[in-house]
Structure formats: structure tokens, C-alpha cells
Design a protein around this ligand. Sequence first.
Ligand code: FAD
Length: 453
Amino acid sequence: MERKIYEYGILGGGPAGYTLALKLAMSGACVVLFEKENLGGTCLNKGCIPTKSILYNTNLIYKTRTLTKFGINIDASGLDFSKIIENKNNTVEKLNKSLGLLLKSYDIEIIKEEVISFEQGRINTTDAQYECKKIILATGTIPAKIPGLETNNKTIFNSDGILNLVRLPESVAIIGSGAIGIEWSRIFSDLGLEVTLIEAQKNILPLADIDVSLRVERLLKKKRVKVEKNVTVTKIDGSKLLLSDGKEITSNIVLVAIGRSPIMPEHNLEFNYDGKFLAVDEKFMTNVDDIYAIGDLNGLSLLAHSAAHQAVELADYFLKGKMPEFFKKDIPSVVYGTPKVAWFGVTEQTLEKNNADYKKVLFPISAIGKSHTDDEIDGFVKILVQNEKILGVSIIAPEAASMLMQFMIAKANNLPYKAILNTIFPHPTFSEAVNEAVLAIDNQSLCLPKGKN
Ligand SMILES: Cc1cc2nc3c(=O)[nH]c(=O)nc-3n(C[C@H](O)[C@H](O)[C@H](O)COP(=O)(O)OP(=O)(O)OC[C@H]3O[C@@H](n4cnc5c(N)ncnc54)[C@H](O)[C@@H]3O)c2cc1C
């Protein structure tokens, strides 16, 4: 059997693995990257990119239906759903090719094979052994299953299978209201399907601030999505779903979106786990020397930007000895569609639970001219502060993600919230809501009437 020697062996070519490979190769390190499927991982092939491509297209369809009030009449009745899927496939393929070229330009050795097992210092594929001083596991996650409920890609789907739906049903039940469940609720409701969203917790988007959960629920209901909270699905019998509160729902298909489970090749090592995820220290090292785990696999945050950031910090640690600071950093969360939903930091319910002393502002984006020019008035900027310090921000607005970054950059640089006011914001833009919301913390917004400030 062939044996090869490397400094770094990276398992998994998703955002965590390929970013690490790139950063190390840029400094001339000797790297080998293993990927059993397509480069880009879940994010590019089954997650961020395909869902956002579909979401963008279906949102255009929804928008088209509302254009009559602007005097524009477009007939969107001849919808060909297969074209949306075809466009999604083309987008993924194009980005896949560019990623391949990017990695090739740095001469990264890519083994397009499954790693079947590993041990300290060694990675095994079916026909070769690779000696690697350091092993970095970045094998990610797969859709979590509901015990006893198997997906069949005909009537019961998970977030992988649903991407290749060929024919649109009339109704869909979505189990789980995290980002994936909400995004698919938006996709299917934009397409005019009957959607029921089922959540086991007492609020949808359970990890978000309570005001976000409630407003997103209101937005979904405006699109006729039925929301069932505080219930679980106890039985699925053909097209009938029985809920724990005794209610029965009829639906052509079911999408299971209840979370993710980590995957790893075989090994004989005694790893420590944090719940179901691989436990790591602040340098992303597992309890086994010279074996690291980054990205979804360590469960610190199941997001592509977190996976890539961990990779950048780990490369800096390997190459320059710089200690990673991921554990101290805020992570932005975004739910896509229109309007976007974005947040970071603590939620109001956590502050309340801890009896914390805090001040809050919930600034409506309808107070900003741009929300009216764009007919997008439903949303807000919510800021939680303690003295001068930003604790958490939640935004619902078409440009929520980039608006959020203005607060995150201020906070990451230890700036007081008032520092945001030193900048002139362009008019008319949604970013004016950032400026005005900050002013509103001290009752100084120039857009809110006396008494509402
Ligand atoms: C529907 C959906 C939508 C999402 N949308 C967003 C979003 O909008 N924004 C966001 O930030 N995140 C989003 N995510 C999450 C994001 O996709 C993940 O956080 C990210 O892909 C994690 O990157 P990773 O590199 O850790 O793992 P992955 O991307 O899962 O990559 C792991 C790679 O390892 C490979 N691999 C596994 N085992 C082996 C083996 N034995 N041998 C060789 N290769 C192996 C896999 O084939 C895979 O390519 C979404 C996820 C889903 C499912």
C-alpha cells in the first residue's frame, strides 16, 4: 500500500476544511485535503448556497404577485418549478468549479476519496495511507433524524432530499422552526403551497430574541403559514400527521428540519464529547494530541462563517502561534428571505432570566423613508445595552445582515454604542435605522414622535 508524508492532513472539504487548506497552503505548508463528495461541503452543495438560490427565485415570484399595486401586471401563473431547481444546480456547479480552481491555484493536494479510518498521525483511504503530523477533522454534520421516522424522498424529506424535489405538492408540513425550517416555510409559501410549521418549543426560532420569534411568526402568518407551537409529531400515517396535543394535520409531504448530527470516519481513539459533538479546547484541539476538530463537527456553532473563521484562527495558531479567540467572539445568525432576520449577542429573555440591568430600544423600520420607497415596512432594530456597552442586537429588515455588521464591528472593537453616531449615514437607506435606533436609546431619534422615543 502506498504511503505518503504530510505536515497537515485535513478531513473534509467544506468551509472549515477548504479554508484551512487555503490558509496553510498560502504560507507554503505541506497540506493534503480529503473530500469524499463535492468540494464546498454542506454549505455549497446542500445548504447555504442552494437554499438561498431557491429562496431568491421564489421571493421574486412572491414579489411579482404584489406588483399590481405599482401598476405592473405580470402573469406568474406559468411557474415551472424545475427551472428553479435547474438554476440552483447551475449556481452550485459554477461555484464548485471556481472553488476547485481557487484551491488548485495554490497547488493544494486534494484526494477525492472517502477517509475510511484514522489514528494519531495516520489517515487511511481504501488504497493508501497518509502520514500526517497533525490531523484536522472537518467532516461536518448530516441531517438529524427523528427516531423511527425514515426519509424516503417521496413523502418524507430532510434538508438534503428536499433540494431535488421535482414536482410541487399542494401542501407541506415542516417539522422544526430553526433557520432551515423558516427558510423553507418562506420558499413554499411564496410558491403558494399550504404550509404548516411545527415547533416543539413554545416559540419558533427558539434561539432568537423573543421579539424576533414573535415578529417572524406574524410575518409567516401574513403569508398564510400555519404555525403549531409547543407540540411534537407523534405519528405519521400516509398524509396524516398526529400532533402531541391531539390535533391532526393533513399534508402531501413532510420536511424534517430538526437539527444536525456530526459524522466521522472510523477510529479507535477515546475522544471526549460535548453532547453529541466532538469536544475541543480553545485551540480547537481534541483531547487526543495533534488531532483537531473545526466547523460543524465540534458543535460550537453550526454556521458556515463560524466554520471558516475557526479555520482562519487555527491556521494562524499553527503558522504564527497566535491563540484563537473564537470562544470570545460574537457570532452573527441570519435567517434569509424577505425581510432578512439577523442577530448576535444576548437575548432579552436571557437578560431577564439573569435579572440583569439593561436598557432596550425597539426601533420600527417603518420610521425610515427607505422602508416606504421599497414597500418593506415590517421590521425593527432592537438593541440591548448595559451602560455604554452593546449586549445584543436583533434586526428584521431587507438588509438586516449588513446592518447588523455595523453593530458587530463596533462591539468587536470595544466601542460604546454612541460611537456609531460619529458616522454620517446615507439617505435614503435602511442603515439610517441603525443610526436612529442608537439615537433612540437616549430618546433622541429624529424620526420618532415625542412620547414614542
Ligand atoms: C439547508 C441548510 C442551509 C444552511 N444555510 C446556511 C446559511 O445560510 N449560512 C450559514 O452560515 N450556514 C448555513 N448552513 C450551515 C452550513 O452549511 C454549515 O455550517 C457548514 O457547511 C459547516 O462547514 P463544515 O466545513 O464544518 O462542514 P461541511 O460543510 O458539512 O463539510 C464537511 C465535508 O466533509 C466531507 N466528509 C465527511 N466525511 C468524510 C470522509 N470520511 N472522508 C472524506 N470527506 C468526508 C463531507 O463530504 C463534506 O463535504 C446551512 C445548512 C443547511 C443544511
